[in-house]
Design a protein around this ligand. Structure first.
Ligand SMILES: Cc1cc2nc3c(=O)[nH]c(=O)nc-3n(C[C@H](O)[C@H](O)[C@H](O)COP(=O)(O)O)c2cc1C
Length: 196
């Protein structure tokens, strides 16, 4: 055995979504953020495009600016009838109560040799590496994808190109609650062992 499978299983299976509302004031340290980002780089990617790009909102000023811009973009991109004060308040509050927020973007290759879906898949794998590394530290992670992150207004705010995509805001912090438990269906529900 190359690795301790029992630990690998635990790391993968105990990864949980921890939302910022559960975070304490305890700070995630810069070296921890760096390891999270370094491990993200090791995700599989087709054609070595390494399409992931990260914007780290760690300082209070940057998280304040993110908060204000998420609020603004929500108001600008949500039809009046669908605007919801509770959602807006949550969106504004989350960057303020997190130790760090990382916007993870997909950078579209200029030649567009690789199908876009594969670039998105590669970035999703990078996000999983981030979440697993955070889990190893006991740091809670929340992959958030409010609709506004897919708008051109978000690209303008993040200063990324039209064909690039923000695929998520990853909120990091330590939880005050007990680490949540979850469950998954057994493989019999989703796996066919082909016979012929
Ligand atoms: C692509 C993607 C986008 C997600 N976006 C959100 C989101 O916007 N809001 C949210 O509450 N959870 C979001 N999640 C997290 C899921 O809600 C969470 O993974 C799911 O409830 C399973 O819980 P677990 O992560 O603890 O296993 C997202 C997950 C993925 C994979």
């Amino acid at each position: 055995m190359k690795f301790n499978l029992s630990e690998v299983n635990d790391l993968i299976r105990s990864r949980r979504t921890i939302r910022p509302e559960q975070f304490t004031e305890r700070k995630v340290q810069k070296d921890q953020i760096e390891l999270i980002l370094n491990n993200a780089q090791w995700a599989p990617n087709h054609g070595h495009t390494e399409p992931w790009r990260f914007q780290v909102f760690q300082s209070e000023a940057s998280r304040n600016a993110l908060s204000q811009n998420l609020g603004r973009l929500y108001m600008e991109t949500t039809p009046d009838k669908l605007q919801n004060d509770t959602k807006l308040a949550k969106l504004i509050r989350r960057p303020l109560i997190s130790s760090v927020v990382i916007a993870v973007n997909m950078s579209r290759q200029i030649e567009e040799k690789i199908p876009e879906i594969e670039e998105i898949e590669a970035v999703s794998c990078a996000i999983q590496n981030m979440q697993l590394t955070a889990n190893a530290y006991g740091i809670g992670a929340f992959w958030s994808t409010p609709k506004l992150i897919y708008t051109s207004g978000m690209n303008t705010y993040l200063n990324i190109k039209e064909k690039d995509k923000c695929l998520g805001l990853i909120y990091l912090g330590y939880t005050r609650e007990e680490w949540p438990k979850s469950h998954r269906k057994p493989i019999e529900y989703n796996t066919i062992w082909k016979t012929p």
